[in-house]
Design a protein. Structure first.
Length: 357
């Protein structure tokens, strides 16, 4: 199985990618609205087709990216049956399984943090995705969204702690940088839910969390009840419209050399190689391109033209990717690195518009 654990640093939210390596079909668990381009990038770069998005519960601290991903890929949006989500294509009840190629997940209802919390367990019981029900050495809070500490205590004990001790537990969040744990570890060491903790002790602890409500709760909960679809769908974030620009998993806007070749009169092409390198290099300078070395770029931001989109290039795309990031952070809105650089350009046979340096 292909497996990746992805992080949204702003909310410490984990998104999980599971995929069948033979059929190249994938599942994403607990996506984040602002990270949908990242998720699309890793799918594209790994050659995967997204079949399903899953939610462990209706999140209060972030908006799901499920609707955006369905718009982009046509995937099936799923949600827990008891979560009262209206925007899902399929609702998963307790005991129901979801198959994606050879990847099979069992749905286990684990309410308590919210009414509709579930845990997804891999068919061989080697991995469990617990959302906010069971955290690493902790548990989800129970003071809003129908939370109930008694139900949470019993949910964890009955549906998660009955799994094999070596079952890997992957939570919805971790605020200390920890990535995973096991059922045996949590039974032995979880200070709130471990085997030696009594139900009344847990209930007493959870009754006095002393925590403020999540800052985005008023916006996140209604949006997540609609699977992340914004009230104004036209306001949803989109990829740039000036060309077939994609965001890579490295976080860089990128455009293919083929498009640059056919639209070269509509963009400014900037070569970010050093000047001496350009003079000595066997690689050509593309006709009408501007040579602006990467080493000078930050000091010469004002020299970058803004009337057309900017395409940056270098021999293989590494330095142009850095340059694209610099310009984006400086506020240049229409900018991308040319995928594969000059070497890709030459490999595609695009020699007609080139001159030697």
């Amino acid at each position: 199985m292909i497996f990746r654990q992805l992080l949204d640093a702003a909310t410490s939210t984990y998104t999980y990618l599971l995929a069948d390596p033979e059929r190249r079909v994938a599942i994403l668990i607990d996506t984040v609205f602002e990270q949908h381009l990242r998720d699309l990038a890793i799918l594209r770069e790994l050659g995967l087709s997204l079949a399903f998005t899953l939610e462990t519960h209706v999140h209060a601290d972030h908006v799901t990216g499920a609707w955006l991903l369905r718009e982009a890929t046509g995937c099936v949006v799923t949600a827990p049956a008891r979560a009262s989500v209206t925007g899902a294509d399929r609702l998963l009840a307790h005991g129901e399984t979801l198959s994606c190629g050879a990847v099979e997940l069992e749905t286990r209802e684990t309410p308590g943090h919210t009414e509709g919390c579930v845990t997804y367990v891999l068919a061989d019981r080697s991995m469990a995705f617990t959302g906010d029900a069971l955290l690493i050495r902790g548990a989800g809070r129970t003071d809003f969204q129908g939370g109930d500490p008694v139900r949470l205590f019993r949910s964890v004990r009955e549906q998660i702690f009955t799994l094999p001790g070596d079952c890997a537990v992957y939570p919805g969040h971790d605020y200390e940088g920890r990535t995973m744990t096991t059922v045996a570890e949590e039974r032995a060491h979880n200070p709130r839910l471990g085997d030696r903790v009594r139900e009344q002790d847990f209930v007493g602890y959870m009754a006095n969390p002393g925590l403020p409500h999540p800052k985005r709760m008023a916006d996140a909960v209604p949006a997540n009840l609609a699977s992340g679809r914004p009230k104004d769908a036209a306001a949803a974030p989109r990829t740039p419209a000036w060309g077939p620009v994609i965001r890579t998993f490295a976080g860089v806007w990128e455009v293919p050399a083929e498009w640059v070749f056919t639209h070269r009169g509509e963009v400014h092409v900037i070569d970010v190689r050093e000047r001496e390198e350009v003079k000595a290099s066997p690689l050509p300078v593309l006709r009408e391109s501007i040579v602006l070395p990467l080493s000078e770029l930050r000091a010469r931001i004002d020299d970058v033209p803004r009337d057309r989109p900017i395409v940056l290039l270098c021999p293989a795309g590494a330095r142009s990717a850095i340059a694209a990031t610099i310009l984006e952070k400086a506020g240049v809105e229409r900018v991308a690195s040319m995928r594969g650089g000059i070497l890709e350009w030459l490999a595609l046979g695009f020699t007609a518009v080139e001159i030697n340096a």
